[in-house]
Design a protein around this ligand. Structure first.
Ligand code: DC
Length: 441
């Protein structure tokens, strides 16, 4: 998941820029100003002065607000009613600014904003997104422009909508709103300490969007120098030696946390996936792997997470969830241990993958690895296929659900694998022997 917070004063172009960024990244856009505008308009309709906290606060009791998305477009229902463009008039703007200075109004809108960002990757714009609503957002931008530029842009917008306004009026309103928004005692519109300041007075909308996409790319870049070295020097040699072929790379989204679930043939599977993955992977490997000379050191240096094969290793699962929430590409082998053949219905799968996807609200990408006769060998062909991302609709999040999800991912892997004629069957006797061998160790 990725959360992009775009804050800044009115007229900086936040909403059109945020919309374009969300479209480019394929995630939803949340316009939080519209929430305040709805409340401001509600007060005006009721004949309540939006500045009068003593009347606004009790009126909140009569309000229910719902924020939903229809075909990716935000819809706000205030007491079940969508007010559409009525919230965009200069009166509604002033009323929104006034009610937004009342702490109870801000509290009233806190959960609806946070819950949306908990369930979805978002581009959210407002005044306090980076400072209050999403202090842990992966990317924070403070977008601004000179007051003159902002007033002129807003003026053009209003005139295009048929409003009867003068530039001077819009400028004066803007200066007053800026003052209200940035000097109020609660959640003033200020730049978060870790936000990137972007002044777009001299930039077009397209240029602003490009700048933001570059910032997002840089901030979510998950490649370490060691990884880059391995990718450039070691990966081509490995691909050549093990004749690695890849399909479905486009199924891995370019940003945001995601879980890759391959079948597990041998310890080197993680390298087979790593050398062809377009993004750096973070693998969850059983602790025994860390003890293998060279391979253990490598996966450790690359940021692998240790897991205790014996059972649910809560620490490792939590670390994986955190990594995904931080936008990383995490690899977990649903089988939990190596199992050369995977053309099976009975391979035991663990519930870790489903549990991680449930907790991190991320998609799972099934990955099919095939080597001839289930055994890696020099110049023996290795195929890695990334399947389409699957997003599960968990309901109660119980163990049965996680296991069913992991099982289904595994079924998809098996389905992808049916194209390989040489696919070895699951051999329970071999599995038993391998387990015994492992236990002895
Ligand atoms: O972004 P906008 O112009 O639609 O916002 C309308 C008003 O709502 C603005 O004057 C300040 C307020 N607002 C806020 O205080 N916090 C937000 N996160 C978003 C908007």
């Amino acid at each position: 998941m990725i959360r992009i917070a775009i804050d800044g004063p009115g007229g900086a172009g936040k909403s059109s820029v945020a919309k374009a960024v969300s479209r480019k990244l394929g995630i939803i856009y949340v316009d939080t100003g519209a929430l305040y505008r709805n409340i401001g308009l509600f007060m005006l309709d009721k004949g309540i002065d939006p500045k009068d906290a003593s009347r606004v606060i009790p009126a909140l009791e009569e309000l229910s607000i719902e924020l939903k998305f229809e075909n990716g477009k935000q819809v706000i229902l205030l007491n079940g009613r969508d007010r559409g463009d009525d919230i965009r008039t200069p009166e509604a703007s002033m009323a929104a600014s006034a009610v937004s200075a009342i702490p109870e109004v801000r509290n009233f809108l806190l959960d609806v904003q946070r819950n949306t960002a908990k369930k979805n990757s978002v581009v959210m714009d407002g005044r306090d997104i980076g400072t209050v609503i999403l202090p842990n957002a992966e990317v924070k931008i403070f977008l601004t422009a000179s007051a003159q530029t902002r007033a002129y842009r807003r003026y053009k917008e209003l005139v295009a909508r048929g409003e009867d306004v003068t530039l001077k009026q819009v400028y004066d309103d803007m200066v007053e709103r800026d003052k209200n928004d940035s000097t109020r005692s609660v959640a003033p519109c200020v730049q978060a300490g870790d936000a990137v300041l972007l002044d777009n007075s001299k930039l077009t909308e397209e240029q602003t969007v490009d700048r933001i996409l570059k910032i997002v790319k840089k901030k979510t870049k998950d490649t370490t120098p060691l990884y880059s070295f391995l990718k450039v020097i070691v990966a081509p040699i490995y691909r050549l030696l093990f004749n690695v072929h890849v399909q479905g790379k486009e199924n891995i989204p370019s940003t945001g946390g995601v879980l890759l679930c391959p079948n597990h043939i041998a310890a080197v599977d993680v390298i087979s996936v790593g050398v062809v993955s377009p993004r750096q992977i973070t693998c969850i490997a059983k602790k025994e792997l860390f003890a293998i000379p060279v391979l253990g050191g490598l996966i450790k240096a690359l940021g692998a997470v240790k897991i205790d094969r014996g059972g649910a290793d809560v620490g490792a699962i939590k670390t994986a969830i955190k990594a995904i929430e931080g936008g990383k590409t995490v690899v977990i082998f649903p089988q939990g241990h190596r199992c050369p053949g995977f053309n099976i219905a009975s391979t035991p799968v663990r519930h870790g993958a489903g549990l991680i996807a449930y907790q991190a609200h991320c998609a799972i990408i099934p990955v099919c690895i095939n080597v001839k006769n289930g055994k890696y060998g020099l110049f023996r062909r290795t195929d890695v296929i990334f399947g389409e991302p699957v997003m599960y609709n968990f309901t109660d999040g119980g163990r049965d659900e996680y296991e069913a999800a992991t099982r289904e991912v595994f079924d998809r892997i098996v389905e992808m694998g049916t194209k390989f004629k040489s696919l070895p069957d699951y051999d329970p006797a071999l599995d038993k022997r391998m387990n015994k061998k492992r236990k002895k160790k």
